[in-house]
Design a protein around this ligand. Structure first.
Ligand code: ADP
Length: 623
């Protein structure tokens, strides 16, 4: 709904910021508290882009808050720099540069190790501020005398000194911060960041350079932190050394969790709850330092009962109520796409268009290759895991336009072979040439960019996104390349994107489910989306690892028909255990056994091969 009114959020934010000084005093908020909330809120916008949107939990944001704050405060107090806003921007740039350098190190690890590196780095900054740099930073005294900004209007000068007059300046900064952040999260970069949060492996496999995107999020978060740090000095007329403490980073994380991550506004709301409770419990109830005890209880309750924070809870309630009213409206007529017995099940989807039905499938963006000769040549491909040879000395060639099947008993090395072809795992020895490029040892991202990708045996989807958003992520990789900093571009404005996503939706028969979240899809639909993710990158060679795995007989029929339709004019290699379906689809079959090629031929030859009967078909059919 919000998507249809593009400036609604911005307008509501502006109204909220204008109304705040008139409304909040009635709730007991002092102007200084509101100003502190804004500084924390701005600090938290960057953190939310890093954690809520990209999934990178940093406990080291105080390093950038302190850096930006001290650079700006130093310029304004010791270096005699006259212009407050320029000093704040210089502080922000300094924090972003430091963020880039720290990110280069911290992002070498993921998960808890990443979080631990950020803690350690922030501790180093704290130490440096107190010791080697104490002459510049004032050590434990901080830097007093930070001036407030003023605006020269030609006939008069407006001073933003304290209280509500300083609020005007801070609210303006917050507004600019949120408008920029909204642009970022709605840009293609924002879309890729959400994909990285949901499934970094797949984001890389469809062709995005996830390291560079993570670094971008890290630098953005550092820049917001740096600017907010500068504002802290302005707000307090003093740059406090405790900006660098672990408490600062911890408070930021908790405020974001209380307000709700992945919302941009969560940290602002969390800060409001935190600071209001602090003022109220400390001053009004005279709890002194014990106020943190109450805060701790509030935090635990919120995290237990509102796992996505206050804003997440409000959104869930809204969705629940909206869903209820839609359900009431459509009580007499069954909702399209819902089958009796449960919301998760869906009615038979529109069968994917199929060449046998005479429907010609539309081509995707990358022109389908009409060349002849080999598209892929693997020679001497071997993969050893310790003493076990998963693949041994495999020579394998596929020609343009060919449909190749790969079969073999469990453990024969089929998946390992695919992983080597797509460069997910490096071969122990051997060489892979794709479209004339030696791709041996390249990254999975670079290989996807060249036009070679696969669909996975176990679904690798972007689980918190809708079907359309999933396909958009994949199509963006082809249309924008592996990394692009189009931070302020609207995703919808990318030429050819909606057409490419629309065509893929049509191919996989999920047009009617485009705006459904992945979590609400039936298994067969998820499998087709899995294939759709690979297709949306318009690969010239598509590998499908057990596309029929785990499907019901009806879903198999639909998926085989989908595979037939997408195979038109494409080069595909398909692994599957369902030999009847596979032999119906492919022109040639390679049989693997114990990591080696046992046989290679037409489906008819393979069916007639005594060695294959013995090693594989006999075994399976004999069960
Ligand atoms: P298939 O797909 O034909 O069932 P795989 O390629 O998954 O076979 O596995 C081939 C062999 O390699 C198996 O014995 C498997 O246990 C082993 N293997 C696969 N991946 C790894 C790994 N990451 N580490 C160690 N052994 C592995």
């Amino acid at each position: 709904m919000l998507k249809q009114r593009p400036f609604l959020v911005e307008t509501l934010t502006a109204i909220g910021l204008i109304a705040a000084p008139f409304v909040l005093p009635y709730f007991g908020f002092a102007p200084n508290t509101v100003n502190r909330i804004l500084v924390w809120g701005l600090f938290g916008i960057g953190f939310d882009i890093l954690f809520g949107y990209t999934g990178l939990l940093s406990f080291g944001q105080s390093a950038f808050y302190g850096t930006g704050g001290f650079v700006a405060a130093y310029l304004l107090t010791r270096a005699g720099f006259p212009h407050v806003v320029t000093a704040l921007i210089i502080g922000m740039i300094a924090a972003a540069v430091v963020g880039y350098l720290v990110g280069l190190i911290a992002l070498r690890r993921t998960g808890i190790y990443f979080a631990m590196i950020t803690v350690a780095i922030a501790e180093v900054f704290y130490f440096v501020e107190f010791n080697p740099l104490a002459d510049w930073t004032g050590g434990e005294n901080g830097l007093p005398g930070v001036p407030t900004p003023s605006l020269y209007l030609g006939f008069t000068t407006f001073h933003f000194t304290t209280g509500w007059s300083l609020y005007i300046f801070l609210a303006f900064c917050y507004f600019i911060g949120i408008v920029l952040a909204l642009r970022i999260v709605r840009s293609p970069v924002g879309a890729v960041l959400s994909a990285i949060r949901d499934n970094p492996l797949r984001a890389a496999a469809v062709g995005h350079n996830i390291h560079s995107y993570k670094l971008t999020a890290f630098v953005i978060a550092a820049a917001y932190a740096g600017f907010a740090g500068g504002l802290l000095g302005v707000l307090q007329a003093f740059m406090p050394p405790d900006a660098f403490t672990f408490d600062t980073s911890g408070q930021l994380v908790m405020q974001a969790a209380i307000g709700g991550t992945g919302t941009l506004f969560g940290p602002l709301l969390g800060a409001a709850v935190w600071l209001f409770l602090q003022d109220f419990l400390q001053a009004a109830l005279g709890l002194g330092a014990a106020w943190k005890l109450v805060l701790g209880v509030v935090f635990v309750l919120l995290v237990c009962f509102l796992r996505r924070g206050i804003i997440g809870g409000i959104v869930d309630l809204y969705v629940y109520l909206a869903g209820k009213s839609t359900a009431t409206e459509s009580d007499d007529k069954p909702a399209p796409g819902s089958a009796a017995g449960g919301g998760q099940e869906v009615a038979p989807p529109a069968a994917p268009a199929d060449k046998s039905s005479g429907v010609v499938m539309p081509a995707l963006h990358r022109p389908i290759d009409r060349k002849s000769g080999p598209i892929l040549e693997a020679t001497g491909l071997t993969k050893r895991y310790g003493g076990l040879a998963a693949n041994s000395d495999i020579d394998f060639t596929v020609n343009h336009g060919e449909l190749r099947g790969i079969i073999g008993p469990n453990g024969a090395g089929k998946s390992t072979f695919f992983k080597m072809l797509t460069c997910e795992v490096p071969p122990t020895s051997g060489k892979i040439v794709f479209e004339g490029h030696d791709i041996t040892g390249m990254s999975v991202t670079d290989v996807a960019q060249l036009g070679l990708t696969k669909s996975y045996q176990v679904n690798q989807l972007f689980t918190r996104l809708t079907v359309r958003e999933n396909l958009t992520i994949a199509a963006l990789a082809e249309l924008r390349g592996k990394f692009r900093l189009d931070l302020f571009r609207r995703t919808a404005a990318i030429p050819g994107l909606s057409e490419q996503v629309g065509r893929t939706l049509e191919m996989i028969g999920l047009t009617g489910r485009a705006d459904t979240p992945v979590s609400a899809l039936a298994y067969g639909e998820k499998r087709r989306l899995e294939i759709g993710l690979a297709l949306a990158t318009s690969p010239s060679l598509l590998l499908l690892d057990e596309p029929l795995a785990g499907m019901s007989p009806r879903e198999r029929v639909e998926t085989v028909s989908l595979l037939k339709s997408i195979s038109q004019g494409r080069t595909m290699i398909i692994i599957d255990h369902d030999m009847d379906s596979l032999f119906e689809l492919v022109e040639r079959v390679t049989v693997l056994q114990e990591g080696r090629i046992l046989a290679d031929g037409t489906p008819k030859e393979i069916k007639g091969s005594a060695a294959v009967q013995e090693a594989y078909l006999g075994g399976v059919h004999g069960q």
